[in-house]
Design a protein around this ligand. Structure first.
Ligand SMILES: Cc1cc2nc3c(=O)[nH]c(=O)nc-3n(C[C@H](O)[C@H](O)[C@H](O)COP(=O)(O)O)c2cc1C
Ligand code: SF4
Length: 685
């Protein structure tokens, strides 16, 4: 598909944009006390170089308690943000400031408070889903109801902040007022129960937002470009699509030059950004708004692939696209797309870990597939003065990332994997999740482009081999192993582990079961060895091999729940048992509620606080609350996670000086942790 439309320049207010890809402003949590620092500067430098048409920087117009955004509530912040503006302008990229206060405000002489139109929240809880610089979880006893004089103070503060942003040199100002945050909440009849000028009719509910726009224009000048993010609410009696359209008309009249149509609110009970949500699902919202206004309308939220965006623009459903996570994952996406190098774009896998790191855990924005995110200022690939011979055992995410960085730095890298294809855990995860399939394929292609000395697949690493090659450094990234489960029946022909399947997908054979079953395994391994296709495996799993109809999954962590959700979709009946008191304890909050909801909807039997006692051909014996239970099932899948494998690997390779263990082999985790350990090792050797 040619990408003509997305690379056609567009006028937005007084700005001319080179292309129609916008990197929306996001919370990074890299800042302390709202000040610019080398970490955030380096993060934006990478994004400025990547070729986006427009990029955004969040600025907070009020003081917060360690918020995730830069501040602009005082003139002293102007010089810092000027630096960031300059970085974008030096790279020929337009940049806007987004004014965003989140859920909170700090009035003079008062602590930071959660504020709201009527003191109520959609969930009924005082704490919003993300604190975003507001009171620490559990410390606020209410959401303060803003009175009219406080509303006026906030409006004035927005005006001052807008003036500062203009002084800093931004090309435009965006109001981060739509959606869930407190100003957007005024629009929602569900939680705006006011009877004054700011409640009741749609006009009244829009008043606060329109006054803010007016104040910004008065302070920063009506000749500047003002844009906004605006969204609906997926709740009965909430902000409807019709409201969205009527208010968009009001915004256009107020001088708004472009509208980003966002999906919904964090509190909405609808998955919006998880991998189970089809790409482009929310384009229809922009299409609706576009029919109501004449200013450019942007679509986005769960658009990862440029082709999906191009199609929406060509069909006239939107004028531009905003892509946040796709550009976190690969800041060079626009440049690569323009050069026709779509296959070189590192795909975002929709895992949600970026949200979790930046706004839930408040540890700074990180990305699973791009470990450089947040580390751009410390880790820069430069040639090493003395290249070393580096031998990497294991071509999973950790080994590959170590190989990439070490080879780019000039080391002589040999990558070895006993499987016949690289990707490690992504080989299985890619069957379950098509975004990970995309990532695996990306890795398979890229590994051939990195300056590795050699890639050896499908053979065993022996002590002799290591002695012959004489590496300076051996990096062991061979993955973890399943924990030993000492229960009767564990070696039964109906028992499978995640590692068995991974081995099979890597082209290896599984020596289990009777003659017939072994033959089937053999055939399957030959098939995947010479003709491996994620889609085919996905399709094939609806048949009763290797999973029969009733599957019992031992282990209710991420691996078990994800597999359970996937197999439900293949028509299997699922039982998941977990020793602990909670399922999915290692699943982040962005994903967990969606996964649990789908398991429940699929009538999966979910048992917690259960000890496995034995496996039989008809199911499993367990103990729960002191009583014995028998759970029927045909196939038992062991998914109790992995344990480190460094001990076994040490025995295998012998006592070689300068051996390093990374990834699951040293400390089992998810793809993000594996990639990070490979990245750091690549810089360390
Ligand atoms: C870590 C993170 C922080 C975000 N912070 C903000 C924010 O401060 N303001 C905002 O308007 N949107 C914020 N967003 C939302 C994005 O701008 C975007 O609308 C959303 O991620 C959906 O787009 P995507 O699927 O392309 O990522 C954030 C997104 C991420 C991933
Ligand atoms: S952390 Fe996950 S969801 Fe976020 S940008 Fe990276 S790959 Fe995408």
């Amino acid at each position: 598909m040619s990408l003509e439309r997305i690379f056609t320049p567009i006028k937005m207010g007084n700005m001319y944009l080179e292309n129609r890809i916008k990197f929306p402003s996001i919370a990074t949590d890299y800042v302390t006390d709202g000040e610019v620092n080398p970490q955030i500067t380096a993060f934006y430098r990478e994004r400025a170089k990547g070729g986006v048409g427009l990029a955004g920087i969040c600025l907070c117009p009020t003081r917060l308690d360690q918020g995730p955004w830069l501040s602009i509530y005082d003139d002293r912040f102007i010089p810092g943000v000027k630096e960031i503006v300059k970085i974008f302008h030096d790279n020929g990229t337009k940049v806007y400031a987004q004014l965003i206060p989140g859920y909170s405000w700090a009035f003079p002489g008062r602590p930071v408070e959660f504020v709201s139109p009527s003191g109520i929240s959609i969930t009924g809880r005082v704490d919003p889903p993300y604190r975003l610089g507001g009171p620490r979880r559990g410390t606020a006893t209410s959401r303060h109801i803003l009175d009219e004089s406080e509303i006026a103070q906030i409006t004035e503060a927005f005006g001052d902040a807008a003036r500062r942003a203009r002084e800093a040199g931004f090309d435009a100002l965006e109001f981060g007022t739509g959606g869930q945050y407190f100003i957007g909440q005024f629009l929602s009849p569900l939680i705006n129960k006011r009877t004054d000028n700011y409640g009741g009719s749609l006009e009244n509910r829009m008043r606060f937002c329109l006054e803010i726009i007016d104040s910004a224009k008065k302070n920063a000048g009506a000749d500047w470009t003002y844009i906004i993010r605006w969204g609906r609410q997926f709740r009965e009696d909430g902000v409807t699509v019709e409201d969205l359209k009527s208010t968009a008309i009001m915004l256009e009249r107020a001088g708004i030059a472009a509208i980003d149509v966002i999906a919904g609110w964090h509190e909405d009970p609808v998955p919006m950004i998880q991998s189970s949500v089809p790409q482009g699902k929310w384009i229809y919202l922009a299409d609706e708004v576009k029919q109501a206004v004449n200013v450019p309308v942007g679509t986005g939220t769960n658009i990862q692939d440029v082709e999906v965006a191009e199609k929406a623009l060509r069909e006239g459903k939107a004028d531009y696209v905003y892509m946040a996570r796709a550009l976190v994952a690969d800041p060079e996406l626009p440049r690569k797309a323009k050069e026709g190098r779509l296959k070189d774009i590192r795909p975002c896998i929709n895992c949600g870990r970026c949200y979790e790191s930046a706004v839930v855990d408040e540890v700074g924005l990180s990305c699973t597939v791009n470990p450089q995110v947040g580390r751009e200022w410390e880790y820069v690939v430069e040639p090493v003065p003395e290249p070393k011979k580096v031998f990497i055992i294991g071509g999973g995410p950790a080994g590959l990332e170590a190989a990439r960085i070490a080879s780019l730095r000039g080391h002589e890298v040999t990558l070895y994997d006993e499987k016949r294809r690289v990707g490690g855990a992504t080989l299985l995860a890619g069957v379950i999740d098509q975004r990970i399939e995309k990532f695996n394929k990306y890795l398979q292609r890229q590994v051939k482009k990195w300056p590795l000395k050699e890639i050896r697949l499908g053979g065993k690493v022996t002590r002799n081999l290591l002695a012959e090659t004489g590496p300076d450094v051996v990096v062991v990234a061979s993955g973890g192993i399943p924990p030993v489960l000492d229960v009767p029946g564990i070696d039964g022909s109906n028992v499978l582990s995640g590692s068995d399947i991974q081995k099979l997908l890597g082209g290896g054979a599984i020596g289990r079961g009777g003659v017939g079953q072994r033959l089937l395994w053999r055939l399957a391994s030959l098939l995947v060895r010479y003709w491996y296709n994620f889609g085919f495996v996905r399709w094939f799993l609806r048949f009763p091999f290797p999973f029969k109809k009733r599957v019992i999954i031992i282990g209710g962590g991420f691996a078990g729940c994800e597999m359970g959700e996937f197999l439900l979709g293949k028509g299997k009946q699922i039982t998941i048992i977990e020793e602990g008191s909670k399922l999915g304890i290692d699943i982040g909050p962005v994903t967990r509620w969606v996964m649990m909801g789908r398991l429940r909807e699929g009538n999966a039997r979910l048992e917690t606080g259960v000890q496995l006692e034995a496996i039989t051909e008809r199911g499993i014996k367990v103990r729960k609350n002191g009583a014995s239970l028998f759970l029927e099932g045909d196939t038992v899948l062991l998914a109790k996670g992995l344990v480190a494998n460094s001990g076994q690997m040490k025995n295998m390779i012998g006592n070689i000086a300068n051996t390093r263990f990374i990834g699951d082999c040293s400390e089992p985790g998810k793809i993000m942790e594996a990639m990070k350990s490979g990245f750091l090792l690549g810089f360390e050797v």
